[in-house]
Design a protein around this ligand. Structure first.
Ligand code: XIL
Length: 405
């Protein structure tokens, strides 16, 4: 970590170690340099008042540990007049809400919040009404060792969203990927793995109880051929792990919408059918399930025109649906014609969702090519987001606007 001269100067006058802050004292916020989680006196909890001021207050609140800002934290994370770029048109979230959606949102990640120019766009509520942490609420981030939970990264993104009036999608409880080896290679029997899932889901969901719009409780349960993904969960518990996780999440936060999130279900085929059958069977058994997330990691020129139709099939079973991880990739460097096609593709996704009663919102898997996961995962591919590497809107932006009309 790099410290600026002014930060080091501050360190010399602010006691850093386990100093105990009394009731009503400051324990965090932009410009504050104390130590996370150890500063409030007994019986007090560090509580977010706003992004600049966290205070030690009596009682236990869900967000106990808020990371102290360092030199890498932006100077401003809350909306303030004059510090943001001009919004083209009304803004994508404003357009979404005018079209009847709950939100238009973006994924983000902790390291990105030190990029002031990036943050100045992400924090604008008329552009983004919803935030998803791309990594910091996953199992490896929240419970790297059995029973030892850490919410530092998740809280940072959660608090950022709350400071800007944005709702949060929690992502995720149970997934075969980014899963610590103490779970995947455990050899746990069914009873122990059940308890491990229940503890994990209930702890992370209850940590944010009352503050999360929706949780991706189960992520990517199926293979592309429609068979169950043979991860440690399925191999040990069969499909019952899905209900185990959903029930634990419901008990932990009865107000959060509980989702199953999946990809390659946006067109007819074995995978969409398997998930549809799972949703029907969970519903008929009374298992709590409120939504299905369509990830929508698409390729320019190959956006399925069946998205809305498939979504409607899910909505007919009694769940809501959302586009949860939208990006539309192409070979890089992107040609002018690819970017023009991408504009049409974004418009198609938005208009298909708009045409589907029960499609509540759209989340892009980060809004800028600068931080897209695509080039790291799909070799030679990228340029998948509505803003380019330099945080300039691409033709795709106008495609989204047009889709909402
Ligand atoms: C991705 C993140 O964006 C990357 O930073 C990480 O390295 C891998 O995971 N489907 C999901 C997301 O449900 O959690 C994935 O996120 C992208 C695919």
């Amino acid at each position: 970590m790099k410290f600026t001269a002014s930060f080091i100067a501050l360190l010399s006058v602010v006691p850093f170690a386990a100093a105990q802050v009394a009731e009503w004292g400051q324990c965090g916020g932009i410009g504050w340099t104390g130590q996370c989680g150890t500063t409030c006196a007994a019986g007090l909890t560090c509580t977010v008042i706003n992004s600049y001021y966290f205070q030690c207050l009596p009682g236990v609140r869900p967000l106990e540990c808020v990371p102290p800002p360092t030199s890498s934290v932006p100077t401003s994370t809350a909306s303030s007049p004059g510090s943001s770029p001009t919004v083209s048109g009304s803004g994508l979230n404003a357009d979404a809400q005018a079209a009847g959606f709950k939100y238009f949102g973006s994924a983000t990640d902790n390291n990105e919040l030190s990029d002031t120019a990036y943050v100045n766009i992400l924090k604008v509520p008329s552009q983004f009404g919803q935030i998803t942490p791309a990594n910091s609420m996953k199992w490896d981030a929240t419970e790297p060792t059995r029973g030892q939970f850490t919410f530092t990264g998740g809280d940072q993104i959660y608090n950022f969203a709350k400071a800007n009036g944005q709702i949060v999608r929690g992502h995720n409880c149970v997934w075969y990927n980014q899963l610590p080896s103490w779970v995947s290679n455990s050899g746990f029997n069914a009873a122990t793995l059940t308890s491990v899932i229940q503890t994990h889901c209930s702890t992370i969901v209850s940590h944010y109880k009352g503050g999360i719009y929706a949780w991706d409780v189960v992520n990517e349960p199926f293979n592309d051929d429609g068979t169950w993904r043979t991860d440690v969960f399925y191999n040990t518990l069969g499909q019952s792990y899905v209900a185990i996780a959903l029930n634990a999440a419901r008990t932990a936060d009865p107000n959060a919408k509980l989702y199953i999130n999946e990809y390659n279900i946006e067109y007819p085929g074995a995978k969409a059918t398997s998930l549809l059958n799972l949703v029907k069977s969970l519903k008929s058994q009374g298992t709590p399930l409120d939504g299905v997330g369509f990830q929508c990691h698409f390729i320019v020129g190959q956006v399925p025109t069946t998205l809305g139709q498939i979504m409607s099939q899910f909505v007919a079973t009694g769940v809501e649906v959302a586009v949860t991880e939208l990006d539309i990739r192409t070979t890089t460097p992107a040609s002018t014609s690819a970017l023009q096609q991408q504009q049409k593709d974004y418009q198609s996704v938005v208009s298909q969702c708009k045409a589907t009663t029960g499609c509540v919102g759209i989340t892009v898997w980060d809004y800028t090519d600068k931080y897209s996961w695509v080039p790291n995962t799909f070799s030679g591919q990228g340029a998948a987001c509505p803003w380019d590497q330099n945080l300039v809107e691409k033709p795709a932006y106008q495609g989204i606007v047009a889709g909402f009309q």
